[in-house]
Ligand binder design. Structure first.
Ligand code: ZN
Ligand code: ZN
Ligand code: FE
Length: 735
């Protein structure tokens, strides 16, 4: 740009920022500054430009000075970027990149997943093993080339390559053969393991029920819906409903999985049913690596399943040897490449709610971009929760949330967790001086912190952390009304909280209202088996006689099992008390016969949400005081069930009830305290209907509503809240 504007000078990449020095006439410099801001590449983000006039220097030409990094300050690391159109055009023409699947340029390609250390240059990435050939170096060094200083630049002579394995043996290194061979395998109903950007995927034809079922079996009967990659946006539109915002997310350089509503047209085949266990939502994405495009050129199908290559509860696989040893016997072929994956990342998941992209799983394409806060976050390490874990480290005023780690209960995930913590600390040059954890003493994350070294530890109540996370995302540092609707979190009173109405700031909170406590028979088991909550609620509302009700549920449940559960509740054996909203959704899902034993997290609530009718206005009565009682709601649902009211009506009435409860509760707090800022957080707000209707109802009544977008409202965002609370308490000298 400087050259285009006839300016002389230099540019220097430092750890902290980019320094540019130019000399030339005033208009040219102004135009240059303007184009700097306007003509940025797709994935570039300029935080701030600070122009300064200094005494004239006569430069000859415009050069890039070599950076020498010494300070502990860091520049940010780019997330991985989907392959750009120009690169895809490059590989369509004859030359050393014809059909070359590792093509990339300054505007696209791998970044975070290959970076070992800073400053970002090839020697500090997993591209170190691939010395540039003469041609690539020419491009790399040519200021006018699109690959100028593109660290992973490569061609078929010097770069990484694919290798195809079957039954544990390498069968080909020829890229042409490989692509047509794997396309054949997919069209013949086979299953592949494919190494991608941040880890391995299992792939098959999305329209082949047997192949999809086979992946389910390989993943050890994990019931989680599978993501589907469509050939292009046109193909996708035939199967899913999209709006402008959803298409923007789908086509963005981050290429996340977007949750969309499926079209149910009788005259076209829908992708295999077992992809999303019959839900009406489907997680879809578009090609983002050259190999995806090359593969679709040879495939007749419009879509493939592309789900993380791992066994359920383990992190996504990254190592070639492990891939071969673990999957050779169960898949038709394994497609590997020899570019190392240093930082494991899953595909990110977003959902458009109230016209905005909401990140539900933050990983590839988003990490490690920081959250910019107004807090001094320096040296704080927040360990997150237990399921859907992410951790967070603070540097200056920035908060770096890790990629999605997963459920810490698995050994492999805990290894990944500890390894990634030490990598983040090294990468971002952070020496922790303050730790933040969940209040739950038995969380693996909490125990990891205890073994971390002698330094102060701040324990943050789970739902306070949820609210603080949303506050940090919006740079709020004042008293607010916090509404946390969630599954489970350890409460101050030792009970399991999960539907809390707080008057709070970043430092502390007062619990103003909460859902009533109800026994959680079997503890964690109850979250996996919604029928337990249904029985707990029925027993709570109707007493011993509840079994005489004529409920469809009893046809699905063994009466002995019910009696056993009642005995557990009576004797208070493994029956902690919970106010969790997620558990109430579970109970209702069970009553409606939607889900008795969940095959994936939040299955009951998701099935319940999928029944909601947009135009149903009815709701159930409830009692609201300091505790919010749902006895009348359960009675209403049971009455409706006995009258054989359609489940869609019951589900809608239940959702409308929860929205009214939120409104009434925050209204009471506003009347008493005069505060009108409402912060919504917790996993229940992944529910589109609930969040959209809550936002509009609160807006109608002149509340100012804050919701998550860039940070997950589920436990994946909790570490940011822990970090914000710890920062505030340090500022107030409470630690
Ligand atoms: Zn490119
Ligand atoms: Zn080359
Ligand atoms: Fe939570």
């Amino acid at each position: 740009m400087a050259i285009n504007h006839g300016l002389n000078g230099w540019v220097l990449n430092t750890n902290e920022n980019v320094l540019i020095r130019v000399s030339g006439n005033k208009e040219a410099i102004d135009l240059f500054l303007e184009s700097l801001e306007k003509e940025t590449p797709l994935a570039a983000m300029i935080e701030k430009i600070t122009p300064e006039e200094i005494s004239y220097e006569a430069f000859t030409g415009f050069v890039i000075l070599k950076s020498n990094d010494i300070s502990d300050e860091i520049t940010e690391i780019s997330p991985d970027i989907a392959v750009c159109h120009e690169c895809m055009e490059d590989i369509a023409i004859a030359g050393n990149r014809l059909n070359y699947a590792f093509v990339n340029c300054t505007n696209c390609g791998p970044r975070f997943t290959i970076i070992r250390d800073l400053p970002y240059d090839r020697a500090k990435t997993t591209m170190q093993e691939f010395p540039m050939c003469h041609d690539c170096r020419m491009e790399y060094e040519n200021l006018h080339d699109r690959r100028f200083h593109a660290q992973p630049v490569a061609c078929e002579h010097c770069g990484p390559a694919y290798e195809l394995f079957a039954r544990g043996k390498k069968i080909s290194e020829s890229s042409g053969f490989i692509v047509s061979n794997i396309a054949q395998t997919i069209m013949n109903g086979g299953v592949l393991l494919v190494k991608g950007l941040g880890g391995m995927h299992l792939a098959c034809d999305a329209f082949n029920e047997d192949a999809v079922e086979k992946i389910r079996n390989i993943k050890k009967r994990d019931g989680k819906p599978f993501a589907v990659m469509f050939r292009d946006i046109e193909a996708l539109r035939r199967y899913a409903v999209t709006d402008v915002t959803e298409e923007q997310s789908l086509l963005s350089w981050r290429r996340p999985i977007v949750l969309l509503e499926m079209k149910r047209l009788a005259n076209q085949p829908v992708p295999a049913k077992s992809i999303n266990s019959g839900l009406n939502l489907i997680g879809v994405m578009l090609p983002y690596m050259p190999i995806h495009y090359l593969l679709f050129q040879q495939l007749q199908t419009a879509a493939i399943v592309l789900t993380s290559g791992n066994f359920s509860s383990e992190p996504i696989l990254t190592e070639n040897q492990e891939a071969i040893s673990q999957f050779s016997a169960s898949v038709e072929a394994i497609l590997l490449h020899n570019r190392g994956i240093f930082n494991r990342t899953d595909d990110s998941i977003v959902r458009i709610i109230a016209g905005k992209e909401r990140i539900l799983r933050r990983s590839r394409g988003y990490v490690p971009a920081p959250v910019r806060t107004r807090l001094n976050t320096d040296g704080i390490l927040a360990f997150g929760a237990e399921l859907t874990n992410c951790f967070c480290i603070g540097k200056g005023r920035k908060a770096f949330l890790s990629q999605h780690i997963g459920d810490l209960k698995g050994y492999e995930t805990t290894q990944f967790y500890e390894e990634t913590i030490s990598r983040f600390l090294k990468l971002f040059r952070v020496k922790p001086s303050l730790l933040a954890v969940d209040l739950h003493p038995d969380y693996i994350s909490t125990r990891t912190a205890q073994n971390f070294g002698h330094m102060p530890v701040v324990a943050v109540q789970h739902h306070h952390a949820h609210i603080a996370s949303c506050m940090a995302e919006h740079n709020l540092d004042e008293m607010v009304i916090g509404v946390a609707l969630d599954g489970t979190g350890y409460g101050d009173d030792g009970n399991i909280w999960g539907a809390e109405f707080f008057l709070c700031d970043l430092n502390d909170y007062t619990r103003m209202n909460h859902f009533e406590y109800i026994p959680l028979p079997g503890g964690d088991m109850a979250a996996e088996e919604p029928w337990r909550m249904a029985v707990s609620w029925l027993y709570h509302v109707y007493g011993k006689d509840f079994t005489t009700l004529k409920l469809p549920l009893y046809k699905e449940l063994d009466s002995e099992k019910i009696q056993l559960l009642v005995n557990m509740i009576d004797k208070k054996i493994n029956c902690p008390l919970t106010s969790g909203a997620g558990r109430l959704f579970d109970a209702v899902a069970s009553l409606l016969g939607l889900c008795q034993v969940a095959s994936f997290q939040a299955e009951g609530p998701m099935r319940l949400e999928s029944l909601v009718l947009e135009n149903c206005k009815e709701s159930y009565p409830f009692d609201i005081g300091q505790t919010i009682c749902f006895g009348p709601v359960i009675r209403g649902i049971v009455d409706d069930l006995m009258l054989e009211v359609h489940p869609t009506i019951i589900a809608s009435k239940f959702h409308n009830t929860i929205i009214s409860v939120i409104f009434e509760a925050v209204n009471m707090i506003r009347s008493a305290e005069g505060i009108d800022k409402v912060v919504l957080s917790g996993g229940v707000f992944q529910n589109k209907y609930l969040l959209e209707r809550t936002i509009s109802l609160l807006n109608e009544h002149h509340f100012i509503v804050y919701t998550h977008a860039a940070v997950p409202c589920n436990d994946g965002g909790i570490a940011l809240g822990q970090l914000a609370v710890a920062s505030k308490r340090r500022e107030l000298k409470c630690v």
